[in-house]
Design a protein around this ligand. Sequence first.
Ligand code: GUN
Length: 287
Amino acid sequence: MAYKLLDGKDLAGRMKTAMKQEVSELIAKGITPGLAVVIVGNDPASRTYVNNKRKDCEEVGIRSFEYALPEETTQKQLLELIDTLNEDKTVDGILVQLPLPKHLDEAKVLRRIDPKKDVDGFHPYNVGELMIGNPILPPCTPAGVMEILKDAGIEVAGKNCVVVGRSNIVGKPMAMLLLHAHGTVTVCHSKTRNLKDVCSQADILVAAIGKADFITAEYVKEGAVVIDVGINRNAEGKMTGDVDFKSVCEKTSAITPVPGGVGPMTRAMLLKNTIKACIMHKNGGVS
Ligand code: GUN
């Protein structure tokens, strides 16, 4: 079967072009969106992500502020920085790169971020808004997946959507967004029985497992749409998703590649949330 390659890199590029225009119009009115990114410690993957975020901001004209804190930063110091950023009028979005070093309490840190500046959408306030169908600042990865589906004209309403993975960052918010789009949603995880059977019922299968090439052809229904959220490194150090692309692609009607699928869309959605937060602040609140 001929499948459609869902090119997230291309879509992210088109979105960035539009956002660059939007930002230049804001700047002409004296409004410059600003994103503060906080990284604690020396995790190399986190460092790469943070560098990419800075480059993305530069590309579209968003001001970026980076706070690279040493591994031994205390909880108190980190919370004080967040308090300062919450008060800073030049900062519209605050992102604390995860994972944090073990001695820091991630949940407490995320709760300290002003929900109006929570461009990751991880604060319980924004999680709650998402749950009740008002995704003010939705988490970037699942929001990026929804944009991919929309751009490709893939209807969600009435479809069997299976999400594999139940993390707070991807699986749970993904399920909510698909549900709000009127999908019939099943969330699977490591304790799910007969995972293959459940997955092979999916019209839209979202893999967010964190295991390289886990989803093989037996998990996929003929003609399904397959979205691969995984970012793993295989034995040769090459980036690979949660889906065994070679074995699966011919069975699908549409599939995202890794790299070049969901990853670039996550980055684009962070910019989108930052611009959205900025506009909300200038308009005097969350609507
Ligand atoms: N680490 C991995 N993914 C993410 C993300 O989406 N946001 C943040 N803040 N940290 C991450």
